[in-house]
Design a protein around this ligand. Structure first.
Ligand code: LLP
Length: 440
């Protein structure tokens, strides 16, 4: 599953023990395993090798430059959704032709920047967007290669905030409209409308929704081809599961087993956009216990990590397994499951210092005794963890460390109080900045 294991009663990431990392780099701290990222990327690549699929790592899930760079070294292509993400992948020297740009609201600047860079594909989501890309591209003397994102009306059975492929979401266009769009935009200068893009939601822990949406996309492609449109590519999107509560996610090979036969021999370039399935299990968030407290019948463990570091539990009610890094009495978890209830544990909530009742990382957990100074690991936080962090309550963002064997490198330094105000310092009109009054 990953390279985080309890050895001698202490959590290790690859060959390094996590308490030593926390001691060296401070907390809250994101710790990533290089080998887990590599393993998960390779499993995807290998599972879809028969199609020679282009695996475009979804940058939104984990955007640290060092992590993007190590995935690039493995051969990964990239899926971006903003000028900011595009600038990250250009900074690591990614091949622009192997960048796909998705998102319902690309700004003119985003589009210009992507055309200048010469990216491989735009995933476009509406007629208005196509109009705009065509205008900008013709002005720049460029042609944008486009995959139209369709909304296949398939329910991925996931959280409503991360469901994207059902009929009335803001994403994609329905199949009827897709046919019209191909008719209306096929000959539009500046556009090369040549692909179909899908992404139905995330995480999708069963394979059936993929089978359903790829099947619908393929019949659309057959119709479009029959109408004379040269469709060259299908992008199946991301959404593949990760392990949060036990081993609930199908393996990359299980998804591939059912998706590959549908696409074999179709004369289509195949692209995928996995993010979570590569990064989630490759990271843990390590926090330190500040205080313990009892309120009524509830027991709280107050740690130095908070919703500003990991918002998923508050935003989606997401479950992340949490366990002490060096549990007392050597009580190590046999599995990382929500229903784990070992003898010698008590029920606690793990909460942060932020002034919101929604600031919790874990609720109602059977945990070994924790006291001031004890470290706790929040697992499966490599995807949509640090990237969704904020500075709310003027909390500097955590540091990120990448472990490779017995080596640990800081890949993002902890933010400072200076970082918090750096973008505001240029303002010189505060009363306290005014020139001192001359005394008569
Ligand atoms: N492609 C597109 C067009 C997407 O919208 C997404 C994710 C992906 C690929 C990558 O999906 P993945 O393989 O990582 O599941 N913040 C939420 C997840 C939002 C996903 C948004 N789109 C969370 O923490 O669960």
């Amino acid at each position: 599953m990953d390279h985080f294991d309890y050895r001698g009663g202490v959590l290790h990431c690859e060959s390094l023990d996590v308490p030593a990392l926390a001691q060296r780099f401070g907390t809250p701290l994101y710790v990533y395993s290089h080998q887990t990222l590599v393993d998960h990327y390779q499993r995807f690549r290998d599972a879809f090798a028969q199609l020679d699929a282009t695996v475009c790592f979804s940058v939104k899930s984990c955007h640290n430059l060092a992590i993007l760079d190590l995935l690039k070294a493995q051969g990964s292509a990239f899926d971006v959704v903003s000028g900011g993400e595009l600038s990250r992948v250009l900074e690591i020297g990614a091949d622009p032709k192997r960048i796909v740009f998705a998102g319902v609201g690309k700004s003119d600047d985003d589009i210009r920047m992507a055309l200048d860079a010469g990216i491989g594909w735009f995933n476009a989501e509406s007629e208005a967007e196509l109009d705009n890309i065509a205008d900008i591209a013709t002005r720049q003397g460029a042609t944008a290669q486009i995959a139209l994102r369709i909304n296949p009306d398939v329910d991925p059975h996931t959280h409503r905030y991360t469901t994207t492929g059902t009929r009335e979401t803001k994403f994609g266009v329905d199949l009827e409209r897709a046919r019209r769009i191909f008719r209306d935009f096929a000959d539009r200068p500046g556009l090369d409308l040549a692909g179909i893009h899908l992404h139905i939601g995330s995480p999708v822990n069963t394979v059936e929704p993929y089978v359903a949406c790829v099947t619908k996309a393929l019949s659309l492609i057959d119709e479009l081809r029959a109408d004379g449109h040269a469709i060259r590519a299908i992008n199946v999107g991301g959404g593949f599961g990760a392990h949060y509560d036990g081993s609930e996610a199908p393996a990359a090979s299980a998804y591939a087993e059912q998706i590959v036969p549908l696409l074999c021999g179709r004369d289509l370039e195949v692209l995928l956009e996995p993010g979570r399935s590569i990064a989630a299990n490759a990271g843990v968030l390590v926090a330190r216990t500040l205080y313990t407290k009892t309120s009524g019948d509830r027991q709280f463990v107050i740690v130095d990590g908070s919703i500003t570091d990991l918002i998923r539990p508050a935003l989606y009610g997401a479950f992340h397994f949490a366990w002490p890094v060096a549990p007392r009495a050597g009580l190590t978890p046999p599995q990382r499951r929500a229903d784990l209830n070992l003898p010698g544990t008590t029920v606690v909530d793990i909460v942060g210092p932020v002034c919101e009742s929604g600031d919790f990382l874990a609720k109602d957990r059977h945990l070994p005794h924790l006291q001031r100074g004890d470290l706790i690991a929040i697992f499966s936080t490599g995807a949509y963890g640090f990237v969704m962090s904020s500075q709310y309550n003027s909390r500097p963002r955590a540091a990120e460390v990448l472990v490779h064997g017995d080596d640990a490198k800081v890949i993002r330094r902890r933010e400072t109080y200076d970082d918090l105000v750096a973008a505001e310092r240029f303002v010189t009109s505060y009363p306290s900045h005014a020139a001192p009054k001359k005394t008569p």
